[in-house]
Design a protein around this ligand. Structure first.
Ligand code: PRP
Ligand code: URA
Length: 208
């Protein structure tokens, strides 16, 4: 199984506050960003290091810096945008690509409407970010698109996942490590995660 549930107490606490229907957009946005920072810390735990020599005021230290491919984050619009500031807190030099997708309310299938990626995306390690993994359709298509563009090192990070989406994603992309904050019970007949937190995009942007 390439899924990692990041059940750190701070992450769990903040997700509980996000779930509350009385949490307004301002606080919800702040929580999405904070959870994204905490999750990013875990999702970057395996970044390769190289030894370098650095002169301290006291002596020359053999010490380590991050090496290997540079990072890019790719939020799935809209809701993934809410996680961008949070991950950039930890990796400020990362580049950001954007993939726009919405779920057709009838079929629940993702419809792509926008794609703008860094020119050197194929040379980067890419972490796709989206708060919600429901049927898995949006994540599966976003990861397929990035593979078509030549990206070889991919991760996916979401805040809440449904078992249906997690299973579909691991089946479609067994090579991709998945990081999520919590695995919920199920999807309802409208494709919403139960208990979930409602429509993440609407709650971030106050559109409902
Ligand atoms: C939400 C969410 C994911 C998608 C997950 O976006 O941010 O992208 O649904 O559902 P899936 O796993 O069944 O594909 P939505 O389509 O509501 O668009 P929005 O972010 O613009 O509101
Ligand atoms: N997208 C959301 O924003 N919430 C869900 O519960 C499912 C898909």
């Amino acid at each position: 199984m390439n899924a990692h549930i990041l059940d750190h107490p701070l992450i769990q606490h903040k997700i509980s506050l996000m779930r509350d229907k009385n949490t307004g957009s301002k606080e919800f946005r702040e929580l999405v960003s904070e959870v994204a920072t905490l999750m990013c810390y875990e999702a970057t735990r395996d970044l390769p290091l190289a030894e370098v020599e650095i002169e301290t005021p006291v002596a020359v230290a053999k010490t380590k810096v991050i090496s290997g491919r540079k990072l890019a984050f790719v939020p799935i619009l809209r809701a993934g945008l809410g996680m961008v500031d949070g991950v950039l807190n930890l990796v400020p030099a990362a580049k950001i690509g954007h993939i726009g997708m919405y779920r057709d309310p009838q079929t629940l299938k993702p419809v792509e409407y926008y794609c703008k990626l860094p020119v050197d995306i194929a040379q980067r390690e890419v972490i796709v970010i989206d708060p919600m993994l429901a049927t898995g359709g949006s994540a599966i298509d976003a990861l397929s698109l990035l593979k078509e563009k030549g990206v070889a090192q991919l991760k996916f990070m979401c805040i809440i996942a449904a078992p249906e989406g997690l299973n579909a994603l691991t089946e479609a992309h067994p090579d991709v490590d998945i990081y999520c904050g919590v695995l919920d019970e199920r999807l309802n007949e409208h494709g919403y995660i139960v208990p979930g937190l409602g429509d993440a995009g609407d709650r971030i942007f106050g559109t409902k």
